[in-house]
Design a protein around this ligand. Structure first.
Ligand SMILES: *[C@@H]1O[C@H](CO)[C@@H](O)[C@H](O)[C@H]1NC(C)=O
Ligand SMILES: *[C@@H]1O[C@H](CO)[C@@H](O)[C@H](O)[C@H]1NC(C)=O
Length: 343
């Protein structure tokens, strides 16, 4: 009998332990396809040189090819970055329809995504997509909204440079269906402080609703186009609860009202990760510059976790966007976070 109790207890304990799972998420502004061509993925792959060059061959050629190259070239390296690093959630900002389609091809049939083109809510313009690896993750539901005064329709905030939106996906783990989490992917405006402040307010308000209703982790992944210490722009401060949200659309406000609508905020996973587990670069933007040119460097991509908790930040890394014999995969760097969920 004692033995039986021990075995049962052990079984329960190991079951409880197994429900804590690690999740690797990536956020990356991949830059739109600004040099479109009609080269297929298969043609690009067929054109790769399978020989390994000698060190002598490369003398004087490291980091030479720093200017923007066509998406058809960038896509191979970019997809490899995701596959090699065993990413499970990939929030990609700024891709056009062809890029989303190419990434689906290159990532392979294990991958799926949620998201739409921001200009029409279907396929026009840049996407704020969330790719997920279906070996590990199942989609529960998803939607999107615009960072404007009419959030439920394709629309541009007055004074913003572009139409801006956020994509929301609710997911669960294949290995533990009780481990639910929500991800927002966004790319905030590059021109208007007020547009970013509204965007941060809408996302924080909506994230509170998800946090309250799922009682599970909520993450915001994206390029906020703002710096944490900006004097003119409070978007980061609003997202992280250091400033109050600005006035938002009344329909949105009543639809997504929750008991924690005022108290919920996001924490920066860069800060939440222990210092010895942070690695890589500081800046998430490099521009298409020589490695010695730091004039565009800034930290504007973020991975944020909801104040309702249910997660632990384990590792944080700003990775590489330019390898020595290659080219910039994007003018932004990839930002990886490992979190534990299912706590
Ligand atoms: C392929 O790479 C090898 C080794 O660097 C080089 O000698 C050769 O010229 C390359 N071929 C083409 C077609 O670029
Ligand atoms: C709020 O948003 C809805 C849907 O996008 C829109 O129909 C409505 O006019 C907006 N309200 C105001 C006051 O702008």
């Amino acid at each position: 009998m004692k033995y039986l109790i021990f075995v049962t207890l052990f079984g329960l304990l190991s079951f409880a332990a197994a429900s804590v799972s690690d999740l690797r998420m990536l956020t990356w502004a991949i830059r739109l396809d600004s040099k479109p061509d009609s080269i297929s993925v298969a043609q690009t792959i067929a054109g790769l040189n399978s020989s390994i060059p000698s060190d002598e061959d490369l003398t004087g050629s490291y980091y030479n090819d720093y200017k923007e190259v066509a998406w058809s070239t960038r896509r191979i390296a970019l997809a490899n970055e995701i596959l090699f690093n065993k990413v499970q959630i990939f929030a990609a900002q700024g891709g056009l329809t062809r890029q989303i389609s190419d990434l689906s091809t290159l990532l392979g049939s294990d991958w799926s995504y949620v998201g739409v083109g921001r200009d029409d809510g279907v396929s026009a313009g840049e996407w704020q997509v969330i790719f997920y690896n279906t070996v590990y993750i199942t989609e529960i539901d998803s939607d999107h909204f615009w960072l404007s005064d009419t959030p439920s329709e394709p629309s541009k905030y007055s004074g913003a440079g572009s139409i801006r939106m956020a994509t929301r996906g609710k997911f669960k783990l294949v290995a533990d269906e009780s481990a639910i989490f929500t991800v927002f992917s966004t790319h905030m405006d590059d021109v208007s402080d007020a547009a970013r402040e509204l965007g941060a307010s809408l996302i924080r308000y909506r994230a509170a609703y998800e946090a309250y209703n799922t009682d599970a982790p909520v993450f915001l992944l994206g390029c906020l186009n703002t710096e944490p210490d900006s004097s003119s722009d409070d978007a980061y401060e609003i997202a992280t609860g250091h400033s109050d949200i600005v006035s938002i659309n009344a329909t949105f406000s009543s639809t997504f009202s929750s008991a924690i609508k005022s108290s919920f905020y996001f924490l920066d996973l860069a800060e939440e990760t222990d210092a010895d587990m942070r690695s890589g670069h500081h800046s998430t933007v490099t521009g298409w510059t020589e490695p010695s040119d730091f004039s565009y460097y800034e930290r504007t991509s973020f991975a944020l976790g909801g104040s309702n908790g249910g997660w632990i930040a384990k590792r944080y890394r700003v990775g590489e966007n330019f390898f020595d014999t290659e080219y910039h995969m994007s003018n932004h760097r990839p930002l990886y976070v490992d979190v534990s969920i299912g706590l």
